[in-house]
Design a protein around this ligand. Structure first.
Ligand code: S3P
Length: 168
């Protein structure tokens, strides 16, 4: 059985969708961020701060490889996972990949209340979101399917994903 892989920018709704899909399909779900934090025994913000982003990406790739080797699971990927071609190749090989997207404004609304994302701890987070999204979109668009989450509930997003999977 293929994995279901959710990718996209911070605030796209990957984690809530992964949880809901796992419940509905009675499958196990994993978050690359959560696994990475467990492996390291410290939060992402601390890993970025103490060891740097390059170190974080190295551990992230190891986690991705482990998860892509499994079957029938749901994978909630951190926003930077699909930027590394090795990661995307592993994930695409064993899973159906969904790119969850929204406008920069919506992503900003959804992320601004939380302070745990080091990349958005800047003076102008909306400008940062726009800049990162522009450079990341070509990578995200290599997903098998794209789901617009702007103005939709998590239930609606999951229903769309389930409908696509039904027809695969
Ligand atoms: C990141 C996204 C975060 C986390 C880290 C870096 C990114 O995950 O992996 O802060 O590069 O977009 P979420 O997309 O789950 O917030």
């Amino acid at each position: 059985m293929k994995n279901i892989v959710l990718i996209g920018f911070m605030g796209a709704g990957k984690s809530v969708a992964a949880k809901e899909l796992a419940k509905r399909l009675k499958r196990e779900f994993f978050s690359t961020d959560a696994l990475l934090e467990k492996k390291e025994g410290r939060p992402i913000a601390e890993i970025f701060q103490a060891s740097g982003e390059a170190y974080f990406r190295k551990i992230e790739s190891a986690v991705v490889k482990e998860l892509a080797a499994r079957e029938g699971i749901i994978v909630d990927c951190g926003g930077g996972v699909f930027l590394n071609p090795e990661n995307s190749a592993h994930l695409k090989k064993t899973g159906t990949v969904f790119y969850l997207f929204a406008t920069s404004e919506v992503l900003h609304e959804r992320t601004k209340a939380h302070g745990h994302r080091p990349l958005l701890k800047v003076a102008d987070p909306l400008a940062k979101i726009k800049e990162l999204l522009k450079s990341r979109e070509p990578f995200y668009k290599q997903a098998d399917h794209q789901i617009d989450t702007s103005g939709k509930t998590n239930a609606q997003v999951c229903a769309e994903i389930l409908e696509i999977l039904k027809n695969e």
